[in-house]
Design a protein. Structure first.
Length: 146
């Protein structure tokens, strides 16, 4: 099953939607804690719903269970915990949430996990896919778009 990930920072709207369209993404799965931030520009939830439908013939779904909590995210962003500590806390959170039981496979098939980080290396969207591959039978083939 093909799944993609993408971050919206360091991308123009044209670049962002072109990547999604060329990859035949069917569903953009928003895994951000805050999907209405003024800093998000074209990536606010209502704008995304419209642009995805019109440009990519794709759907938009916000899945906050695949996002870190404020208690995990803020200390990392503020430099109070390391990436390793953040990763450990987020992996434990996904396990407590049993995301492998709640995520519908059809949501991920040709789906794309959205977050803000430009690259996936130090972003929770990568951790979500890796966690699901380790703890479910989904057998996801991941492609990071950037």
């Amino acid at each position: 099953m093909n799944v993609y990930t993408i971050g919206f920072t360091k991308k123009s709207a044209q670049s962002f939607f072109t990547l999604l369209k060329k990859s035949n993404v069917r569903t953009l799965v928003d895994v951000r804690l805050n999907n209405v931030s003024q800093l998000a520009g074209f990536a606010k939830k209502d704008d995304l719903k419209y642009f995805l439908r019109e440009i990519c013939d794709a759907e938009y779904v916000h899945v906050p269970d695949l996002a870190p909590t404020k208690d995990i995210l803020e200390p990392y962003k503020d430099g109070k915990i390391t990436w390793t500590a953040y990763e450990d806390k987020f992996l434990n959170l996904m396990a407590r949430r049993n995301i492998e039981r709640s995520v519908r496979p059809q949501l991920l098939d040709q789906g794309c996990l959205l977050c803000s980080e430009h690259e996936p290396h130090m972003c929770h969207r990568r951790l979500v896919v890796e966690y699901l591959n380790k703890n479910s039978d989904l057998n996801l083939t991941v492609n990071h778009l950037f």
